[in-house]
Design a protein around this ligand. Structure first.
Ligand code: XUL
Length: 542
């Protein structure tokens, strides 16, 4: 369940994809009038999604699978990968509403009708929401600052994280908060609808709340204490968490009879807890420690599996969604494809390239422009998450001794040509600087990089990023359009078979590999510490 669409992917026991359907919220469910799957209020910096739309999307996905001639009697297990941080506010009535899904006589009609009265709020705050500065401060103050909050929950306070969002709801909409019986993440919401009962939160996804104490495996008392003035403990509303690999990986139940009756799903089909989209992504391939996945989509995300719990306000640490004692490190930048495309468009306009969407000239400039350690460009057409910055474009140039810098001096920049390499350099330097504490190789280099997402098909971009990150064994691209859906499909196979094997053995036994990105092995580290230091200094001027 992503921001703009819900996909249904079926794979067999050998990881072979069988069928793939999707529902695009704006296009397939126009009655909700969303734009890119959400409602945005630019003045209030709020971004929200209608919950009933997701229920209609779920019905439509099953409907489309049936339309494709898939016999859902063969379905043995289902899991999911959902946009992280979003929260769903169920009311008391939901116990009965969800129960209806398991009652042959009452499970009639559409999900959005059966569960229509089950929500205290019909909206879910989305990960793009930026409206919780006050609450972020409250959470950090409660534990003694950003460093402390990162130590406890794996992340400093972020606008989009569920804790600040729920706190804002309690402060601004106490009526809704009072009516809330259970707060679900998008992942636990999906698992609940599929099973027809309230369920646990997944151990990986719960770390996207800024409330969960990762080392002690429990809600943090000081943080949940911020909700105490309401009179009833927020932990009751938050409900239980699958506190280890056992509870989060094993099926939580069978599919609700609604889906068996209506779409012919095998009534024995097991539901394995859904996780977040990023934890789902790391399950799509056998990652060894120090391997990095870079997802080049609308946003840019870098993910790494690590056995070290080294929290920092610079990045996020989550529990590994499957393996106890491992962690997923994550960087999530909101600016990615859009920023690169804007530069590509001005380059194509300058050179009268007839196909506006062609990357040929952009990629040529990546190889003909001089690599730089003294020039840094920041290109944020959208508000940026890392660093927390309003939309801006800024170009800086440092003197060789790193003492003085000039800003936005258009004379010394060959524009827009030079922006092609500079945007890739700065996106990659930001990843390099922030990932390095989590990497345990000698020079904190990644072992391998796996590129996924839209721009992973662009070899020029992948190579230019690799030159900054210098992976020891090179970079690889995966022919995976749906990395997170694929990872969660593998999770369902693992869970259904009541895992005795360790996750990596399981995935290695079935996985068929990735393609090497030509030229990405044995790279010389041109950029080195000098470029990283210039980058850090430049970011401070933003
Ligand atoms: C991760 C994040 C996004 C969402 C939506 O922290 O906010 O990646 O999960 O995809």
């Amino acid at each position: 369940m992503s921001t703009q669409q819900l996909k249904g992917l079926i794979v067999n026991e050998n990881f072979t994809p069988i069928c793939h359907v999707k529902v695009e919220f704006d296009v397939d469910l126009p009655q909700y009038k969303t734009h890119k799957g959400v409602y945005s209020n630019d003045e209030l910096h709020e971004v929200q999604a209608p919950v009933l739309m997701w229920l209609d999307a779920l019905d439509l996905v099953f409907h489309r699978l049936v339309e494709q001639g898939i016999n859902l009697k063969n379905l043995r297990g289902i899991s999911g990968a959902c946009q992280q941080h979003g929260s769903v506010y169920w009311n008391q009535q939901s116990v009965d509403g969800l129960g209806c899904l398991n009652n042959a006589e009452r499970a009639n009609g559409e999900l959005s009708t059966i569960l229509g009265d089950s929500f205290a709020w019909d909206l879910s705050p989305n990960w793009q929401d930026h409206s919780t500065s006050k609450e972020c401060q409250q959470l950090e103050d409660a534990v003694g600052g950003a460093d402390e909050l990162a130590k406890i929950t794996g992340s400093k306070a972020h606008h989009r994280f569920t804790g600040p969002q729920v706190l804002k709801l309690k402060n601004n909409r106490p009526d809704i908060y009072k009516r809330t019986y259970r707060i679900a993440l998008v992942s636990s919401f999906l698992t609940s609808v599929l099973t027809g009962q309230h369920v646990i939160h997944d151990i990986g996804d719960v770390c996207g709340m800024n409330l969960w104490d990762i080392r002690h495996c429990q809600w943090n008392e000081k943080l949940v204490g911020l909700f105490d003035d309401d009179g009833s403990p927020v932990t009751e509303k938050l409900g239980p968490v699958g506190t280890d690999g056992q509870t989060s990986n094993y099926p939580v139940g069978r599919i609700a009879s609604y889906f068996a009756q209506k779409y012919g799903v095998n009534s024995e089909c097991l539901i394995v807890p859904a996780t977040g989209d990023n934890p789902g992504t790391i399950l799509s391939l056998p990652l060894e420690p120090n391997d990095v996945i870079i997802s080049l989509g609308t946003s840019t995300t870098a993910l790494v599996v690590t056995e070290k719990y080294v929290p920092s306000p610079l990045y996020h640490l989550f529990n590994h969604p499957v393996t106890d004692g491992e962690y997923m490190g994550m960087l999530c930048f909101s600016n990615g494809a859009l920023a690169r495309e804007q530069i590509r468009n001005s380059i194509n306009a300058k050179y009268n390239v007839s196909d506006q969407k062609s990357w040929e000239k952009f990629n040529e400039l990546l190889t003909t422009t001089n690599k730089e350690t003294n020039k840094i460009g920041f290109y944020f057409p959208l508000s940026e998450i890392i660093p927390d910055t309003a939309p801006t474009v800024k170009r800086v140039q440092w003197s060789d001794d790193g003492e003085t810098c000039t800003e936005d001096d258009e004379k010394s920049w060959n524009l827009p040509d030079e922006d092609a390499l500079r945007i890739i350099e700065s996106q990659a330097l930001s990843i390099r600087y922030r990932l390095s504490p989590m990497l345990t190789t000698e020079n904190h280099q990644p072992r391998r990089i796996y590129f996924v997402g839209g721009a992973s098909h662009n070899k020029g971009i992948c190579l230019a990023i690799s030159k900054v990150l210098v992976p020891i064994e090179g970079s690889y691209t995966l022919d995976l359009t749906d990395a997170c859906a694929t990872g969660s499909a593998y999770k369902s196979i693992y869970g259904v078979n009541q895992p005795s094997a360790n996750w990596n053995d399981f995935i290695n036994s079935k996985w068929t590999g990735a393609k090497i990105c030509e030229g990405s092995q044995n790279l010389e580290d041109f950029y080195g510490e000098k470029a990283v230091n210039m980058f850090i200094k430049s970011e401070k001027i933003l």
